[in-house]
Write a protein that binds this ligand. Sequence first.
Ligand code: TYD
Length: 211
Amino acid sequence: MKGKFITVEGTDGSGKSTQLKLLMDYLGTKNCDVVFTREPGGTEISEKIRDVILDINNKEMTDMTEALLYAAARAQHVQQKIIPAINEGKVVICDRFVDSSIAYQGAARGLGTDNIMQINSFALNGIMPDLTLFFDLPPEKGILRKKNEKELDRLESEKLDFHVNVYEGYKKLCSQYPDRIKVISADDTVENINRQVIEIIDGLLKGKYYE
Ligand code: TYD
């Protein structure tokens, strides 16, 4: 049996990371053969590309370079890790994927969805997620949360307008692909958000990948 490919998306500070940890704990109790990974990153080479992209000192990086670096990191990740795991029947859960490029580089940087899909169709090797969870939190709440938590990286330190445009990019994707992208109301308690996540994940995996 082929595996499943699940991605998780949201604006910065949407609470994705906390919820991913809880989801991993849950799947751990279910004996589910799961590979957890992230973008940009997920392989040694892609993590090196990640460091270049997020480095706060790389102020001269053009939007096109940024988009191509995300796609390059993705190409390595897809070929080296994601496709082999799916072919082995595993459930792959990836923190961010191509929808991030559409929202951040396509919408917020203004490069447009077509350009982003063009460079990414080469990187994707024919794969797309079976299911995507979108953590829906107003961007001003998310970025405020991040600011209180840690030093911001190059993308996070963009102005609020940028994050609002990212959010709008995501909302458009949600309305274009309602079957694939499931919206989680992330302006809620950790427990309630977790409940929404588990319900959707059980809907896809229960009975097939665990009991
Ligand atoms: P990260 O610290 O992983 O953010 P988060 O914890 O919010 O997921 O940094 C990844 C940053 O890169 C994040 O700001 C989103 C951005 N990004 C893009 O702009 N395009 C992409 O294709 C991807 C995968 C991420």
